[in-house]
Design a protein around this ligand. Sequence first.
Ligand code: TYM
Length: 332
Amino acid sequence: MTARPRVLSGIQPTADSFHIGNYLGALREWVRMQETHDCFYCVVDQHAITTEHDPGVLRERTFTSFAQLLAVGLDPERSTIFVQSQVPEHSQLAWVLECQTGFGEASRMTQFKDKSVKGGAERSSVGLFTYPILQAADILIYQANAVPVGEDQRQHLELTRDLAQRFNGTFGQTFTVPEPMIIKETAKVVDLQEPSAKMSKSAPGGCVFLLDDDSVSRKKIKSAVTDSEREIRFDPVGKAGVANLLTMQQALTGRGMADIVASYEGRGYGDLKSETADIVMDVIAPIRARTRELLADRAELLRLMALGADRARATASITLRDVYEKVGFIPV
Ligand code: TYM
C-alpha cells in the first residue's frame, strides 16, 4: 500500500469565531481531504501573538478554535489536530529557516506591509516580520505535499517552497516541496459591505461568523452591498457583491452556477439575499451548536489537544533531528 499524500494547514485563533470565508476557503476542504490524505491541522496560537493580544482572550480563543475544527467535521482519530505552541519543534525549525531567509526576501512579504500600516513598521514586532518563516516551518516540519488555503496565503507558500528548495540545495534533500491547494471558486470570499476586500475578522460588519446568532448573520447578509442594477448575473468583476452571494450559494449547495442564476430570472436582490441567508444558516447553525457542546467539556478538549500534540511531535521530531544534523548541531 502506498502512503497517502500528506497535508498541513493552520488557522489563527485571533477572533471569537471563524468566519464563512475561512470555512469556504479552507476548513471545508480540510474536512474533505481526510478521505484522501494524511492530514495535520493546527491552531496557530504562536502566530496570534505577533500583534498585541490579551493572554486570557487568546487562551479562550484557542479552545474555541480547536472546538470549531472538531465541529466542522475534522475527526481526531483520522487527522492530527493540534495546537502549534504544544509542538515546540515548529519554533525550533523556524530559527534554522530564519537563518536561511534573506532580510530583503522577508521584507517583500505583503502581509507584514499590510498589517504594519497601522502602527508603522518601526513599532511592529519582529515576530510579525518573521511570521511567514514560522508558517514555512509549520508546513515543512511535516514534509507536507499539499497545503489547502485561501488566496491570501499564496505568497507565504511561495516563500515556503523557496526555503525548502534552498535548504535542500545547500544541505542535501531534506524537505518535501509543498504545493499550494487553492480552491478557485471560494479562494476569496469578499466582505459583504466592501466587496473589493476579502472577508476578514478585522472588518466584522461585512463578515459572517460561524458562532454568531442567526439573527445577527441574517441581518448582515440581508444588508449586503450589491449594485444599482437589478439583474442577477454572475460577474465577479462588474458585480462583485452579487457574485459573492451567488458563490456562497453555489459552494454551499453544490448546484451549478448557471442553474442558480436561471432560478433568479425576473426576481430581485431581496430574494437573492434572503435565500443566501437561509442556505448559510442551514450550514452554520449545526456547527455552532456542536461547538457549544464541545466547549462545555474542557477536560475532553485538553485530552484531544494532548493526543494531537503527541502525534504531531512524533512526526515533527524526525524532521527536526535530520535538520539539526544537516546544519551541524551535535545531538544530545
Ligand atoms: P487565517 O487564520 O487568516 O485564515 C485561515 C484560512 O482561511 C482562509 N481565508 C479565506 N479564504 C477565502 N476567503 C476569505 N475571505 C478568507 N479569509 C481567510 C485563509 O486563506 C486560510 O487558509 N497565515 C495563516 C495561518 C497559518 C497557516 C500555516 C496556513 C499559519 N501557519 C501553515 C497554512 C499552513 C493565516 O493567517 O490564516
